[in-house]
Design a protein around this ligand. Structure first.
Ligand SMILES: NC(=O)c1ccc[n+]([C@@H]2O[C@H](COP(=O)([O-])OP(=O)(O)OC[C@H]3O[C@@H](n4cnc5c(N)ncnc54)[C@H](OP(=O)(O)O)[C@@H]3O)[C@@H](O)[C@H]2O)c1
Length: 253
C-alpha cells in the first residue's frame, strides 16, 4: 500500500489522454496537485478546469510535443519547481499506429516508434534518476495488452508496447531497491478518442471504469495491472496459443 502523501504532487505526461484524465479525477478528489503536460492548449485547459472542480489543489499546464526529447529534462525540472517536488509520474501519451501505412512508410514507422516507445524511455530515464535519488515515489506507465504478443493487424503498435513493457519491468526491478514503485498498466480495448474509429463491441470498456481501476491499483502499489482485469486471462490464452494455430487466426482488436 502506498501512503497517501506519496501521490499528492503528480506530473502527468499526455495529460489530455482520456484514460489519464479519468484516473487523475480520483487523485483530484484526494486534493492532489498536478503538472499537466500535453500538446493542445484548449484540451489542457479543459482537463485542468475539470480537475479543479474535482478538488485538485493546483493545476499547472505545460505545452510540449513529447517526441521532442530535448525538452524532457527541463520539463521534469519545471514540474519539480512548480509543485515543490514530484511524488508520482504518470505517462499516458500514445497513438494507435496505422499498421497498413507503417508497412510501407518507414518515416511513419519511425515516428510511431518514437511516440509509443522512445519518448517514454527518455522520460523514464530522467524520472527514474530523480526518483532513485529521492528514494521514494511512484511511476506509472500505460502500455497495452497489444505488447503481450505481436499480431498481424497491429504489430507496429504492439512492438512499441512490448518494448515499453520490458523497459518498465526492468526499471521496476532496478528502483525497488530505492523504494520507488513502478507500475505497468495494460489496458485492453477502451472507448477513447484513440479507438473512436474501431467497431464497438462487448470487450470495449469505458475509460471511467479503467481510471478507477488504475487509481486503486496505484494506491495498492501493484506491479502489473491488466484493465479491465479479465484481459489478464484473455492474454494468458493468446500467449499460450501455439504459433501454428496463431498464424492462421486473424485477431483484429
Ligand atoms: N484506448 C485504448 O483502447 C488503449 C488500449 C491500450 C493502451 N492504450 C494506451 O493508453 C494511453 C492513453 O490513450 P487513450 O486511450 O487515453 O487515448 P487518447 O485519449 O487519444 O490519448 C492519447 C493522448 O496522447 C497524446 N499524444 C499523442 N502523441 C503525443 C505527443 N507526441 N506529445 C504529446 N502528447 C501526445 C494525445 O494528445 P492530443 O489529444 O493532443 O492528440 C492524447 O492526449 C496511450 O498510451 C495508449 O497507447 C489505449
Amino acid at each position: 500500500m502506498i501512503e497517501e502523501s506519496q501521490m499528492l504532487k503528480i506530473l502527468v505526461l499526455g495529460a489530455t489522454s482520456a484514460i489519464a484524465h479519468e484516473t487523475m479525477r480520483h487523485f483530484a478528489q484526494d486534493g492532489a496537485r498536478f503538472y499537466l503536460v500535453g500538446r493542445s492548449v484548449p484540451k489542457l485547459g479543459s482537463v485542468a478546469h475539470d480537475l479543479q472542480t474535482h478538488g485538485a489543489k493546483q493545476t499547472e499546464t505545460y505545452l510540449a510535443d513529447l517526441n521532442d526529447l530535448s525538452q524532457h529534462e527541463a520539463l521534469l525540472q519545471r514540474a519539480i519547481t512548480a509543485l515543490e517536488g514530484v511524488d508520482a509520474v504518470f505517462i499516458a501519451h500514445g497513438t494507435l499506429s496505422d499498421q497498413t501505412r507503417a508497412q510501407t512508410d518507414v518515416d511513419y514507422l519511425a515516428s510511431e516508434l518514437m511516440t509509443n516507445f522512445t519518448s517514454t524511455a527518455s522520460l523514464l530515464t530522467h524520472t527514474a534518476n530523480y526518483m532513485e535519488a529521492q528514494k521514494r515515489g511512484v511511476i506509472a506507465v500505460i502500455s497495452s495488452v497489444a505488447g503481450d504478443r505481436g499480431r498481424a493487424s497491429n504489430y507496429v503498435y504492439g512492438s512499441a508496447m512490448a518494448a515499453k513493457t520490458a523497459f518498465v519491468s526492468g526499471l521496476r526491478n532496478r528502483l525497488a531497491k530505492a523504494g520507488v514503485q513502478v507500475i505497468t498498466i495494460k489496458p485492453g480495448l477502451i472507448d477513447t478518442p484513440m479507438t473512436a474509429h474501431l467497431k464497438r463491441g462487448r470487450l470495449m470498456a469505458h475509460p471511467s471504469l479503467v481510471g478507477e481501476h488504475i487509481y486503486r491499483a496505484m494506491k495498492r502499489g501493484e506491479g502489473v495491472v491488466y484493465t479491465p482485469s479479465f484481459w489478464r486471462y484473455i492474454m494468458l490464452i493468446i500467449r499460450a496459443l501455439p504459433e501454428a494455430i496463431f498464424k492462421r487466426m486473424s485477431l483484429s482488436a
